[in-house]
Design a binder for this molecule. Structure first.
Ligand SMILES: Nc1ncnc2c1ncn2[C@@H]1O[C@H](COP(=O)(O)OP(=O)(O)OP(=O)(O)O)[C@@H](O)[C@H]1O
Ligand SMILES: [Mg+2]
Length: 217
């Protein structure tokens, strides 16, 4: 089948969806930041750029320079500033960027698969439209990949699809799990795809203790 220049048929979308063409924006391999800051997600989350842990600030710098291997995988104990750092980054990204917790992403994937997804204006959003929108986003961030038990089949397949679809493009996965736990709760296939990117474990103090005063037990 002849394809128009600059478009590819996404092999990950099957059947009817094979007809869907996606134009990869090669400029999206690196994250270009806008000068202006706009709160796109989690307005309540503090996001002072100066308080972003140095290791994370340096990784974001690499992503901006285009020298970072995707996905960026950030692990770390609770409260070290992972979500706040992502907000500081996403505030300067295009509106096409996505931020979901893993629970939210898995729920949305289920809605899309069941044909129950609606846009804000009430129109049905097909599975294909939802997936193409994700593939075509500047940056996708999945927060709280925290599984205490073995991941469900749906959760597993959703994450696998995302990792394969965003291969080589900005995808940030934030987790409290170490890689051995990822192998345990998902499998070696998922862990290998995460390790193929840039994996960092953040050590540091729980910043919640400093900023949210109260009796500590
Ligand atoms: N860059 C920042 N600017 C301002 N406050 C921050 C920053 N980073 C962390 N904090 C403070 O520390 C708290 C915890 O940060 P954050 O929610 O980012 O941690 P986390 O690593 O995502 O934790 P968890 O794994 O529990 O989700 C924030 O609610 C905020 O009070
Ligand atoms: Mg967090």
């Amino acid at each position: 089948m002849t394809q128009p220049i600059g478009t590819t048929v996404n092999p990950l979308l099957k059947g009817d969806k094979e007809k869907t063409t996606v134009t990869p924006k090669t400029s999206y391999r690196q994250i270009r930041l806008s000068k202006e800051s706009v709160v796109n997600f989690l307005p309540e989350q503090p996001r002072d750029r100066k308080q972003v842990p140095k290791v994370l600030a340096s990784l974001i710098g690499d992503a901006v320079c285009g020298s970072l291997r995707w996905p960026m995988v950030i692990g770390g104990q609770p409260g070290v500033g992972k979500t706040s750092a992502m907000m500081a980054l996403l505030d300067r990204c295009e509106p096409s960027c996505k931020y979901w917790t893993m629970d939210e992403f898995a729920d949305l994937m289920r809605q899309a698969l069941m044909g129950k997804m609606e846009s804000r204006s009430g129109y049905n959003v097909s599975e294909t439209d939802f997936k193409v929108d994700i593939i075509d986003s500047q940056v996708v961030v999945i927060d709280d990949l925290n599984d205490r038990d073995r991941a469900s089949d749906h959760r597993y397949r959703s994450l696998k699809w995302l990792l394969d679809s965003r291969k080589g493009f900005p995808l940030i996965i934030i987790s409290n799990m170490k890689m051995v736990e990822v192998v345990d709760r998902y499998d070696a296939y998922i862990a290998s795809r995460l390790r193929g990117g840039n994996v960092t474990w953040l050590e540091g103090k729980d910043m919640r203790k400093d900023s949210e005063p109260g009796e500590v037990y």
